[in-house]
Design a protein around this ligand. Structure first.
Ligand code: PGA
Length: 254
């Protein structure tokens, strides 16, 4: 199964109108590499303006509410984000699981809500350093994935991002062997729930300190189908080498 590489920037709580030039520049890099699917998950305040300057990149959101509308001060529904211009949304990022107490059930519900309105979803999972050091990473992350997987999960609208919590924003990454083992374990877990063919089609991204220096090696791993990138997605200069690395892998696999 050849899966199209998916390279997505997560701007987190970064970005003002002045940074829309970077969105535009990244959209141009995406246009120059059509074999790769490129996106930017912007802060909600930039989704509308960003979607006007996105070029060939898609615009995504970083979170959504699980309900359509209602008395939820400060929250945004998937439908609102879609209307603003976000065609994808991240769910289950560890910064929300940890700081906002989001549970696996919440994440499954948010993912299903996004799918109901026609959005695509990147569902994040990942282990703490304690779990990794205890040798339980694959077992724990596979269980987390199955517990947060929405009903009707399918490769047409869902991608998974494996993001070891201790690798996010730290400059540290697991060994290539550990990434390969984790991605294979996650694909096997998916196969047990949604069947081998669907699991084989579903993209599993790596996230956590991915950058222009390590992207080529990470993207060469058989089960690594792209990246979810924080810090290195904030400028076109830093993001472009990752998109180029993904393009080269697509060409090598063709
Ligand atoms: P990072 O963040 O690339 O800055 O480590 C990745 C993420 O949190 O999605």
């Amino acid at each position: 199964m050849s899966r199209r590489k998916l390279v997505v920037g997560n701007w987190k709580m970064n970005g003002m109108r002045a940074h829309l030039d970077e969105v535009e520049a990244i959209g141009r890099v995406a246009a120059a590499h059509p074999a790769v699917e490129v996106g930017l998950c912007l802060p909600a305040t930039l989704i509308m303006a960003g979607s006007e300057r996105r070029g060939a990149a898609f615009i995504g959101a970083q979170n959504c509410h699980m309900d359509i509308s209602g008395a939820y001060t400060g929250s945004l529904s998937a439908e609102m984000l879609l209307e603003a211009g976000a065609s994808w949304v991240i769910t289950g990022h560890s910064e929300r699981r940890e700081a906002r107490g989001e549970t696996n059930a919440d994440i499954a519900a948010k993912s299903a809500a996004a799918h109901r309105v026609g959005m695509k979803v990147i569902l994040c999972v990942g282990e703490t350093l304690e779990v990794r050091d205890a040798g339980q990473a694959e077992e724990v992350v596979a269980a987390q994935l199955l517990a947060s997987l929405p009903e009707g999960a399918s490769a047409d609208w869902l991608a998974i991002a494996y993001e070891p919590i201790w690798a996010i924003g730290t400059g540290r990454i697991p060994t290539m062997e550990a990434v390969a083992e984790m991605h294979a374990a996650l694909r096997a877990a998916l196969a047990s729930r949604i069947g081998a063919a669907e699991a084989d089609a579903m993209r599993i991204l790596y996230g956590g300190s991915m950058n222009g220096d390590n992207a080529t090696d990470l993207l060469a791993i058989a089960d690594v189908d792209g990246g979810l990138i924080g810090g290195a997605s904030l400028s076109a200069t830093k993001f472009a080498p990752i998109i180029e690395a993904a393009d080269q892998r697509m060409a090598a696999a063709a």
